[in-house]
Ligand binder design. Structure first.
Ligand SMILES: Cc1cc2nc3c(=O)[nH]c(=O)nc-3n(C[C@H](O)[C@H](O)[C@H](O)COP(=O)(O)OP(=O)(O)OC[C@H]3O[C@@H](n4cnc5c(N)ncnc54)[C@H](O)[C@@H]3O)c2cc1C
Length: 402
């Protein structure tokens, strides 16, 4: 370390999450004197709870198309300059065992703790100072253009301030609106935020119709606003969840039409006609129970499938009737009333408007030395390791510049 007074650094990073730690490592490796200021009692709490405790730390199929943003081009540069393979290289160097679960999603074999340990070891090797349980009381923009953070652990000063304070999801884990407020104070636009990757709730008759189905899971393709996700859906006490629903929730807003294909990968009419030929004496609910949970098949027949409420053999359905049933199976309307909100959401959509940031460095266009990275920025990934990849990539981009 240099002989400068202890509270003077080159780079201050607010937030010791995925993005902040990666930024600190990258800047530290360049010889910058970096201090991470984290208000929680430990860093990386969301990493610890991620992926069911095994951290889905990246996705090998990451492309800009896996992200939502008012400017879909913004994430391209950072993602291209820090790829999943660069993070995998670090994971392998630290001998952390991992596996691919599905669709390019990489998880730790043992525990998310190993990822946090790796990041802290890298911080230490790069000479990064990490202050936990450190609450910021005031952010001062100094006359010389630098920044001073007045905190419960003293004052820290640096010419660069990187805001990596994350989004609003899971307030119990330390999420705050700090980054958005700071951005606005420095003249940045903040796009409206809402919960993403979140279970959907149903109400009224739509919830009543699902009564007793809680716990039932089935493969579906969920479609909304031109996006479709094939994966499991899970019926909950208050609505629906499961990966397909979490994915599509990021594209849904109250009032938007949402459809589920209940026979994903099959042409519903072809399938029904084949069943009619092969099992003419069987009832619809019986053949449906071969491809989805019995309770769900029964409820579909009782409530949604035209002409199927009264038991009768398949041979008694004519072509127009089969067509009408196929139409519902292929495009089952799901009328959601809302989401479970930030309490359970994995991410926050919206945030610091990318128009005010450089896509190659994450630097503010209006305030020299100020940077925004990770989830606080209006870039939100799909479920499956994409959000961490954005945190690593945007953190790396700022770490190279700050
Ligand atoms: C339950 C859950 C599971 C998830 N699983 C996955 C997964 O498997 N794969 C994946 O890719 N993504 C996953 N995500 C999303 C992922 O965790 C986030 O996208 C990612 O952590 C964002 O990184 P970040 O560094 O921007 O923010 P965060 O990781 O949220 O870090 C922000 C940090 O800033 C701190 N902070 C906030 N305000 C202040 C303040 N005023 N002063 C000081 N510090 C402050 C916070 O305490 C926190 O440590 C999951 C999210 C949740 C909630």
């Amino acid at each position: 370390m240099s002989g400068a007074s202890p509270d003077t650094h080159d780079v201050l990073v607010v937030g010791g999450g995925a993005a902040g730690l990666m930024c600190a490592i990258t800047a530290g490796q360049r010889g910058r004197r970096v201090c991470v200021v984290e208000h929680a009692n430990r860093v990386g709490k969301k990493i610890l709870m991620s992926g069911g405790g095994r951290c889905n730390f990246t996705n090998t199929g990451t492309t800009p198309a896996n992200y939502l943003s008012a400017n879909p081009h913004f994430c391209k540069s950072a993602l291209a300059r820090y790829t999943p393979w660069q993070f995998i290289e670090m994971v392998e160097r630290h001998r952390i065992a991992y596996h691919e679960k599905e669709l390019g999603q990489l998880f730790c074999d043992v525990s998310s703790k190993l990822i946090v340990r790796m990041l802290l070891d890298e911080c230490e090797a790069a000479g990064v100072q990490v202050e936990t349980s450190c609450s910021i009381e005031q952010v001062v923009h100094d006359d010389d253009g630098g920044f001073t953070l007045r905190t419960t652990r003293g004052a820290f000063t640096a010419p660069s301030l990187v805001v990596a304070s994350g989004g609003l999801s899971i307030p119990s884990m330390g999420a705050t609106g700090f980054g958005y407020e700071l951005a606005q104070r420095f003249g940045h636009a903040v796009l409206p935020t809402r919960a993403g990757l979140v279970p959907l709730t149903l109400s009224g008759k739509h919830l009543d119709r699902m009564e007793g189905l809680s716990g039932v899971a089935l493969p579906v393709t969920a479609s909304c606003n031109g996006q479709a996700f094939s994966n499991a859906m899970l019926v909950t006490h208050r609505g629906v969840s499961g990966p397909s629903i979490l994915q599509v929730s990021s594209y849904w807003q109250p009032g938007d039409a949402l459809y589920l294909d209940l026979l994903p990968g099959r042409d519903a009419l072809d399938w029904l006609q084949a069943q009619q030929r092969e099992r003419p004496a069987a009832e619809l609910k019986t053949v449906l129970a071969d491809v989805m949970p019995r309770r769900f098949a029964q409820r579909l027949c009782e409530v949604w499938l035209p002409g199927a409420a009264t038991p009768r053999p398949l041979r008694q359905f004519n072509l127009p009737q089969l067509r009408a049933i196929a139409a519902v199976l292929a495009q089952w309307p799901l009328v959601a009333s809302g989401t479970e909100g930030y309490r359970t959401a994995e991410v926050t959509l919206g945030g610091v408007d990318t128009d005010g940031l450089s896509s190659s460095t994450m630097a503010s266009r209006q305030v020299p030395g100020l940077y925004f990275i990770g989830e606080v920025v209006d870039v939100t990934g799909w479920l499956g390791g994409y959000n961490f990849q954005w945190a690593w990539a945007s953190g790396h981009a700022a770490g190279l510049a700050a």
